[in-house]
Ligand binder design. Structure first.
Ligand code: LLP
Length: 430
């Protein structure tokens, strides 16, 4: 990977993100070449996710430059495609995995044991069995436990390796109530009992770290909460002593709205280090969204245009099963008509093919007047896009194409109708 040059030019501080043309802090939807996106839609059909590995690399570079002394662990849940995982691994980052399946994907993508952090949240027995088995071959992997039950269950399985204790710091942050974890009792051991849990675990495990995660999509005023979380974790690290790392989670936000400024990552990194204080342990961070969000777009084709007195409903072939975020979090994603980017704008509701009223990608949004057959591009779709897709309404998942160095290749084939019934058996009595 190419690092920052001597002038530190990679670390753009310009709020518009235009100062460093080589690696701006955000790639907006309008920065994608409309002709190239149209060509992808024609070649690979729609709905189609495109993920630009060059942009993933750039995002990794900015993170590494902002946190030169920290361990940066990619939260794989944002996008687990193998091409992405390999790109992140080649950029020198570790992987934070939320489930056995993510651990498997990380190992398959070539992460070594010491580059894998498994964060168990109420882990099903099958997950613990799998991870402990793989730990036999990769003794350097680290398991993060957020409940004493999880610690007991690891002990019962003979695990005595690298353990990290997840703490509930009592302070959360994030773009939506549903993604704020730091003060949610589901996550981590209570802060005031954390030191005792660490001490007790030291008898049977190699306790290497403590962990907390405020939430996802942190920006603006929420940054103060994130700093408070880091401060509490620094205090705890000093209290328990002897740790290798203090992991303060991920959550760095990206601007989804066209007029939203990007995060000043360097300022966030400085504030994080300050808040941690002089804890004798390495800082670890776990960004997911920041690595992949603006590296991805979703392409959808218009199949229906319906005029109503107060709006125009534009029906497309992608919906909540393709990109769940608008339906689940009322999330805003920029949308552009790449067939006719500069036509006169009209307010539209872009709706998918699912039989639910929640199945809209935007409402009352000014868009260059779409016609049947036009291709719409949805921005910032690289994080939690394909990853949260489903086959509800028996709708096959889309294809995904990966871009790198001006070339394109199919990363995940489009699911077929036949795939939908693949898991059915003849066993049910009827
Ligand atoms: N570390 C832990 C322990 C996490 O639970 C998460 C996200 C991350 C790191 C990475 O957070 P990020 O940097 O990506 O914000 N589906 C939601 C996001 C849920 C995130 C869950 N945990 C969305 O689409 O906004």
């Amino acid at each position: 990977m190419t690092g920052p040059d001597d002038s530190g030019a990679i670390a753009a501080r310009d709020p518009d993100g235009r100062e460093n043309a080589d690696n701006p802090p955000i790639r907006r939807l309008e920065d994608w070449d409309a002709e190239a996106l149209l060509a992808l839609a024609d070649e690979y059909d729609t709905p189609l996710y495109a993920i630009d590995l060059d942009r993933v690399r750039e995002n990794c570079e900015r993170l590494r430059a902002a946190f030169p002394d920290a361990e940066v662990r990619y939260a794989a849940k944002a996008h687990t495609g193998r091409a992405v995982l390999e790109t992140v691994r080649d950029a020198g980052m570790a992987a934070e995995c939320a489930a056995a399946g993510e651990v498997k994907r990380a190992l398959d993508a070539g992460f070594s044991g010491d580059g894998i952090q498994y964060t168990a949240v109420n882990p099903p027995a099958r997950d613990l069995d799998y991870v402990v088995e793989r730990w036999g071959e990769h003794p350097d992997l680290t398991v993060t436990a957020g409940a004493t039950d999880t610690i007991d269950r690891l002990r019962e399985r003979g695990f005595d390796g690298r353990l990290c204790v997840r703490v509930n710091p009592g302070v959360g942050a994030g773009h939506h109530e549903k993604v704020r974890t730091g003060a949610n009792a589901k996550f981590g051991v209570p802060y005031d009992r954390a030191a005792a849990v660490v001490d007790a675990a030291r008898a049977d495990f190699d306790v290497v770290g403590i962990h907390a995660h405020a939430g996802s999509g942190i920006s603006g005023d929420d940054l103060a909460n994130h700093r408070e979380l880091v401060r509490r974790m620094g205090d705890l690290a000093r209290e328990v002593g002897g740790l290798e790392f203090v992991d303060v989670g991920g959550g760095f936000g990206v601007p989804y709205r066209e007029d939203e400024p990007p995060l000043d990552l360097d300022a966030v990194a400085d504030a994080t280090r300050d808040a941690l204080g002089d804890a004798d342990a390495t800082l670890a961070v776990e960004p997911g969204r920041y690595v992949v969000a603006d590296a991805g777009v979703l392409l959808a084709r218009v199949n229906t245009v319906k005029e109503f007195p107060d709006t125009t409903v534009v029906g497309v072939d992608a919906g909540m099963t393709t990109l769940l975020r608008p339906a689940m979090y009322d999330a805003y994603h920029a949308i552009r008509n790449v067939t006719d980017p500069n036509g006169p704008a009209i307010p539209v509701t872009v709706a998918g093919p699912i039989c639910e009223s929640a199945d809209v990608l935007c409402e009352d949004r000014p868009l260059s007047r779409p016609s049947r057959g036009d291709v719409l591009a949805v921005g910032n779709a690289g994080a939690y896009g394909y990853e949260m897709s489903s086959t509800y309404n028996s709708r096959p998942r889309p294809a995904e194409v990966a871009l790198s160095g001006g070339r394109a290749g199919l990363a995940r084939r489009r699911e077929r109708l036949a795939d939908l019934t693949e898991l059915e058996t003849d066993a049910p009595p009827n």
